[in-house]
Design a protein around this ligand. Structure first.
Ligand SMILES: NC(=O)c1ccc[n+]([C@@H]2O[C@H](COP(=O)([O-])OP(=O)(O)OC[C@H]3O[C@@H](n4cnc5c(N)ncnc54)[C@H](O)[C@@H]3O)[C@@H](O)[C@H]2O)c1
Ligand SMILES: O=c1ccn([C@@H]2O[C@H](COP(=O)(O)OP(=O)(O)O[C@H]3O[C@H](CO)[C@H](O)[C@H](O)[C@H]3O)[C@@H](O)[C@H]2O)c(=O)[nH]1
Length: 318
């Protein structure tokens, strides 16, 4: 297929773009390099620098589908700058959907997020796709708005849409790793301590209603996530919008993650404890039963130790 990958110079988009090239697809990456890197775009993919709001002319060249990763995606920043999130994530995507419609591009796989759910309705239960969506921050709200728009576009215009609601993505694909200039994510920041680039890791709150008081998340390997995109692309069906969770079904606390990083890196990882980060739900753990059942997705890298080890090997060899 001729595929447009928005955000394909970013962490997840670049790994998916690499897998698509390997599968024989013709890939064009559209990225404004606001948080991505030109050299993350895989060899074999064409690169166009620009924003999703300017995709009109590019799409007119003729594509079979779009994989839409480009977004602002920092929870804390979204609380501080909500307008940025609404304009980029919703406004940018609506412009993209209009351009797709005008160009006759009928297939989209969208990077949605666990942040669309907010606090789980039943504490301790895995989150399923039919759970209430009550985002606790503007990032999650803007992504939920896109999901809602996709349902409407599928119903009205026959768009074939799949939203993949990722939980916490981690790990590396060979040397392709997470490398944000402003890094907020837990695992890469803990690894910076092990590398000697930071003195300690600050735990954002230890008074949550969880076993050790720190937030619990579900970490999924970026290559398992990439494989889900290949399945989703094939599963797109005209006039439908399908939504799938992507996680491993196991929750790890912030303290668990730091301990695994200590084991993997052999570094003591000094810790300080600070206040809660605004917008953070206490616990987010996925049921991915639906995508396993309906699309045959099977995660292969489910151990947190293995996920951290892959990330560590990639940053050490950088
Ligand atoms: N990393 C996670 O754990 C996680 C979890 C759930 C959902 N997601 C979603 O997955 C997607 C990719 O996340 P990531 O971690 O790879 O982020 P990233 O910041 O590494 O990648 C995003 C890419 O999009 C580009 N971009 C941003 N706005 C753009 C615009 N308006 N036009 C063109 N390009 C633009 C950036 O330059 C960057 O290369 C995002 O949509 C994010 O919301 C990520
Ligand atoms: O230096 C840090 C960084 C993070 N944390 C904590 O570690 C946990 C994980 O935080 P991340 O920033 O790594 O990830 P988030 O859970 O905030 O968010 C990620 O997963 C979400 C869905 O679960 C969204 O999709 C979002 O895009 C993606 O960044 C949170 O409890 C956070 O408070 C710390 O204690 N210290």
């Amino acid at each position: 297929m001729q595929l447009l990958v928005t955000g394909g110079a970013g962490y997840i988009g670049s790994v998916v773009a690499a897998r698509l090239v390997e599968e024989g697809h013709t890939v064009t990456v559209l990225d404004d390099l606001s948080t991505g890197h030109r050299d993350a775009v895989p060899a074999g993919a064409r690169f166009v620098e620009g924003t999703v709001a300017e995709a009109h002319d590019l799409l007119a060249e003729g594509f079979d589908g779009v994989l839409h990763f480009a977004a602002k995606s920092l929870v804390g920043e979204s609380v501080e700058k909500p307008g940025l999130y609404w304009s980029h994530n919703l406004g940018g995507t609506l412009a993209l959907l209009d351009a797709m419609r005008q160009a006759g591009v009928g297939r989209i796989v969208f990077s949605s997020t666990a942040a669309t759910y907010g606090e789980p309705s039943v504490a301790g239960r895995l989150i399923v796709e039919t759970d209430p969506t009550r985002p606790t921050n503007p990032y999650g709200a803007s992504k939920l708005a896109v999901d809602t728009a996709l349902t409407a576009f599928a119903g009205m215009y026959g768009l074939a849409a799949v939203s993949l609601r990722y939980f916490n993505v981690a790990g590396a694909y060979g040397r392709q790793r997470e490398r944000h200039t402003i890094e907020t994510h837990l695992i890469p920041n803990v690894l910076k301590v092990a590398l000697g680039e930071r003195e300690s890791i600050n735990v954002f709150g230890d008074d949550y209603p969880t076993a050790d008081g720190t937030c619990v998340r579900d970490y999924v390997h970026v290559t398992d996530l990439a494989n889900a995109h290949l399945l989703a692309l094939d599963a797109c069906a005209a006039g439908t919008h399908q939504i799938f969770n992507l996680g491993n079904g196991t929750g790890f606390s912030v303290k668990d993650v730091i301990e695994v990083c200590r084991e993997v890196t052999g570094h003591e990882i000094p810790v300080s404890t600070g206040p809660r980060r605004p917008g953070d739900p206490a616990t987010l753990v996925a049921s991915s039963e639906k995508i396993q059942r309906e699309l045959g997705w099977k995660p292969e890298h489910t151990s947190l130790r293995g996920i951290v080890a892959d990330a560590w090997n990639a940053v050490r060899s950088a």
